[in-house]
Design a protein around this ligand. Structure first.
Ligand code: AMP
Length: 139
């Protein structure tokens, strides 16, 4: 069964589409966290960023890059929080990769992404060295 976002791509359900090209599409979030809250997705269905092929990832970022200033200017935002909930445990509800562009305003009380966590993880230097080496070997 296709995701709700694929149904938007196919025109099967309505959405406020604000940009579309061959491989990507952007539309307003149906439950906006702020005016102008926009989602950018690849038209093809990939559940997570990890699943997106490199050429589609390039197109996806190009659309994010295009939409951030468009969204900010349209609602006169001071800034934007740009984020992916990448995987269910990270809060992803729709299993079709999507980038949130959420306009931010001075004093909106939203805080930074760091606010998702109670504070920094307590990790010793040698543990951090191991993690860095392991990530580097996979990059
Ligand atoms: P996430 O939790 O990252 O998976 O976010 C999914 C987002 O999709 C939420 O912010 C929803 O408000 C939004 N959403 C769900 N259904 C629709 C829809 N039909 N049109 C636009 N946005 C939607």
């Amino acid at each position: 069964m296709s995701t709700i976002f694929s149904q938007i791509v196919e025109g099967e359900i309505p959405a406020r589409i604000v940009y579309e090209d061959e491989t990507t599409i952007a539309f307003l979030d149906a439950n906006p966290l702020a005016p102008g809250h926009t989602l950018v997705i690849p038209k093809d269905e990939y559940e997570r960023l990890n699943d997106v092929p490199e050429d589609v990832a390039t197109d996806l970022y190009a659309t994010v890059h295009r939409m951030v200033p468009a969204v900010e200017e349209s609602v006169d935002a001071d800034a934007t929080t740009v984020a992916f909930n990448n995987g269910e445990e990270a809060g992803q509800e729709v299993p079709h990769v999507h980038c949130h562009i959420v306009p931010r305003f001075q004093g909106d009380g939203g805080g930074p992404i760091h606010g998702l966590f109670g504070g920094p993880a307590d990790l010793a230097d040698d543990k951090l060295d191991d993690i860095a080496a392991d990530i580097e070997s996979r990059a």
